[in-house]
Design a protein around this ligand. Sequence first.
Ligand code: DSN
Length: 420
Amino acid sequence: MKDTQIKKLIEAEKKRQKKAINLIASENYVSRDVLEALGSELTNKYAEGYAGKRYYGGNDIIDKIEELCIDRALKLFRLDPNEWHVNVQPLSGSPANLAVFTALVPRGGVKQEDGTTSVAGKIMGMSLDQGGHLTHGQKVSATGKFWQQIPYGLDPVTETINYDQLREIAMKEKPTIVVSGYTAYPRIIDWKKMREVSDASEGLMMVDMSHIAGLVAGGVYPSPFDYADVVTTTTHKTLRGPRAALIFVKKDARELYKKIDKAVFPGLQGGPHANQIAAVAVALKEASTPAFRKYANQVVKNAKVLAEELEKRGWRLISGGTDSHLILVDTWNDGKKREPLVKDAAGKAEAGAGAITGKEASERLEKQGIIVNKNAIPFDKRPPADPSGIRLGTAAETTRGRKEKDFKLIAKKMDEILRK
Ligand code: DSN
C-alpha cells in the first residue's frame, strides 16, 4: 500500500487485535478468504437491481455471485427455496431492519385515497435497557421516529422473557409486527411462544438473529425458521463473516418478499456492495462445514465455563447464566459489595466481588488487555453512559482456538482486575 499513513494505522489495528483478549459479544475474526473477497476488484462494480434485472451493463459475473450467495444462505439454514426467499443486499443490520419495517409496517401521516390520514403501525420490540436493539423501535432510531414502539421487557425476578405477559401486551396493543432476537439476552428464546405472541395480535413475527446466527447455523441454538415470517441477521457476529446483513422472508400468498426487495432497492439503497456479497458467500460456505459446527459448539461451552467461573467468584450474572455465546454481568450490584465466595489455599475468604460500574469495569479491563463493552442491565438505575454491567461474548476468542481451560484463566484474570 502506498498510503503510508493508512497502512501504518491498519498495521497498528492488526497488532491491537492480535494482542487483546476480545470479549466483545458482537465481534469475530474473519478468515483470509473473507478478507480477500472484501478487498477484491468486485468493489469497482455498480449493480443496482437484482440478478437478471440490473440497471447497468456488465453484471453477468456479479449476478452469479449474488445467486451463489442466495443459494448458500438458504442451504446453510436448511431452507427450501420454494418456501423462503433471501435478500443478500442489505449493507448492515440497521438498514436491513429498517427495510423490513418500511416494507411491512404502515407509516403515519400518509394521505389515503378516501381523504383520511394513515396512522403509524406499531412495532413491538424489547426496550434497549432490557436487552433490545436500537432498530427494534427505540425513539432515537428512525424505527422509533417513523413508527410507534410498543416496548416490552423481562420478568424482574427471573430476568428472562415472560411470554404470558408479552401475549397480553400484544392482545391489547395489536402491533403490526413483533420483534424478537436481542443484543444482550443470554438465554434461549422460545420461538414457538413468540409465534403465539404474534398470533395474539394477528401480527407478523420477525426475528433478528444477528447475535445467534452462527449458533443456529452450527446447530447449537434453536432455529427460528419454523415459526417466523421474517428473519434478519447481520453476518459478522457469531456467523463470522464480513459486516453485512441478510433478510429471509417466508414465501407465501402474502408475497411479503416482493415488498421487502423493493424496500431494500430502490427504497433504501442504491448499488449493492458486490465485494461484501462475495465475502458473505465465502463465510456462508465456511459456516456449512463440520469444523464450523464444532466451533459453534465450543463457543457455547466456553461461555458456560466463563459464566460459571465468574459466578463462582461472586459476580452476579443476569438470568443466572447463559445458553449462548453471551453473558451479562451485573458488576455494580446496586453499589453493594457481595459476600465473599472464594476461599484461598489457607481457607481464608477473599474480598467479595463488586461493586464497580460498567464503565469503570470496561476501562480497567481494557488497560489490562481485555476488551468488553459496558452494558445496561435489566431495570438498570444507572445511566446508559455509565451503566451497571458489562457484556461478554466468547465467539471471537473461540475463533482463535481458545477452549474451556483458557476461559477459566480469563475469568480468574478478570476477577483479579475488577476486584481490586
Ligand atoms: N452493535 C451490535 C451489538 O453489539 O450487539 C448490534 O448492533
